[in-house]
Design a protein around this ligand. Sequence first.
Ligand SMILES: [Zn+2]
Length: 367
Amino acid sequence: MTRTVVCLDGLDPAYLDAVETPALDALAERGREGTCEAAVPTLTNVNNAAITTARPPADHGIPGNTLFDPDIGEREYVRSAEHRQADTWLEEVADGGGDAAAIVVKEKLRDLLFGERVDAASAEEPPARLEAAVGEAPGVYSGEASAWALAAAAHVRETRDPDVLYVSTTDVVPHKHEPGTAAAADWVQALDAGLAALARPGDELVVTADHGMSAKSLCVDLPTVLANAGYDAEVVRCIRDAHTYHHRNLGGAAYVHLDGAGDGALDLLADVEGVDRVLDREAAADRYRLPADRIGDALVLGTEESVFGPIGGDAETAVDGDPEATHATVGLRSHGSAHERTVPYVTTTGAALDSTVDARRAVSGRE
Ligand SMILES: [Zn+2]
């Protein structure tokens, strides 16, 4: 019997309304289905770490895709197990002599979640034995990468019968295609077919997602807003990473390092169009169980329609517009804010999930 947790990246519940999913339905028939809350910021790293450690960001230490050290003024992409502050379920099982296996799409996620302690593989740097078994891994920016990850996991399940198995797909399709489109339907049906091949009778499975996805129409340039009011602040967009194809580094959450600029800056931000909510460090850490020493002085969350990013200028990912402007029109699908918090889940054990942090416990049967 294998205990399997599957994270279907970016599977907003709206995608399931539009398509028949016989495999997911069959799993739900064995147990339970519903929706639960992803951790905020609603990002891949934050929630994959929450799912695999069964702990909130305050404990696992991953507050986003970028870490900023105000003491030395340097930013670093989150991509290594060294950044994580709690063990994953799979590391614990492997350390205890059990067989733990994982398949993810991006190499950065493999390194972050599993380091060297778990036999984990990515579609980005696929082992030859997996490609020989399930075919050449498609590019990590392709719509087929998720189906490949599930097929590779099914192969591992079938041939090796691991004690625990983790699978995480990629969200390139929901970033590019809204629910109801043919491309979105193809993606969901491929995920469902992948689950049908992965799930063996008698196995325990939990299937959930790391975040939803919203159509975004407004970009807000927070550094320009602050600079116009005389504040010299550092704005760290939580989604910012080395993979810009999906979301152009535009998401609905940012940490603000004020360097002593004071509360006036937070009041100012709270009134800006496209800003849903501003929480100071303590309030953000308390409400969203975030690591207080890694989130700067405040968390700024966008509305359902807004993202944060640079407007005009030379930055590779800048939105078209006047470099002096604080707002610009955009058209993309993204996440990061509290509006992408609701995600679907299915458990074969019948366990209910309140949040993605509960996913591991729903199969492992222990605290
Ligand atoms: Zn994701």
